[in-house]
Design a binder for this molecule. Structure first.
Ligand code: ITT
Length: 178
């Protein structure tokens, strides 16, 4: 069994679908340190959660990086989703960025146990479009890859190409080797 410390149902659903082992939610709110680096945020979160819970845990820190906005909102994606909302991030990109409005999603999964912390990264490149689709979560409706937004994909289809799917794949390989 693996324990995933997250408050995000969408992340939990994707990890459950992807990983071969059962995934339980870890009930803990770790401090999200202020940093430009997803890896630094995730590894600090995994360490703190492991210390608090006393068992092996993993966390996931992710963000949307819009090329024409200098990588905004990046590590601040959760705050920006809460304050501006996805529709207004799209309108900002539509006004400020030239076609094809390139963007990428990045995710860092960090696992911590008594032996220390390991992190695994994944990313996916795409473009921003007007919101479409009912699936997924967060910025999925405005992120298009090969003609479909991530919100127009099933969880399995999204995992096959997504930042999180790639980070989870590296994590699963490492777990299998250990
Ligand atoms: P945690 O409890 O795991 O921290 P969170 O939602 O706060 O959950 P982050 O701090 O990693 O997660 O913030 C990432 C932001 O980017 C947040 O607004 C998410 O909705 C969004 N996001 C992350 N992964 C995404 C994905 O696969 N598709 C769309 N939006 C995503």
């Amino acid at each position: 069994m693996l324990r995933f410390v997250t408050g995000n149902e969408g992340k939990l659903r994707e990890a459950r679908e992807y990983l071969p082992e059962p995934v339980e939610r870890g009930e803990y709110e770790y401090t999200e340190i202020q940093s430009d680096s997803l890896a630094a945020i995730a590894t600090a979160g995994a360490r703190e959660s492991h210390e608090a819970i006393g068992e092996p845990v993993f966390v996931d820190d992710a963000g949307l990086f819009v090329e024409g906005l200098g990588g905004f909102p990046g590590p601040y994606s959760a705050y920006v989703e809460e304050t501006l909302g996805v529709e207004r991030v799209w309108r900002l990109a539509a006004a400020e960025c030239e076609e094809p409005r390139r963007a990428s999603f990045r995710a860092v999964v960090a696992f911590c146990d008594e032996r220390g912390v390991e992190s695994f990264e994944g990313s996916v490149r795409g473009r921003l479009v007007a919101p479409r689709g009912e699936g997924g979560f967060g910025y999925d409706p405005i992120f298009e890859q090969n003609g479909r937004t991530l919100a127009e994909m099933s969880t399995g289809e999204k995992n096959a190409i997504s930042h999180r799917g790639r980070a989870l794949a590296a994590f699963a390989d490492w777990l299998a080797e250990r």
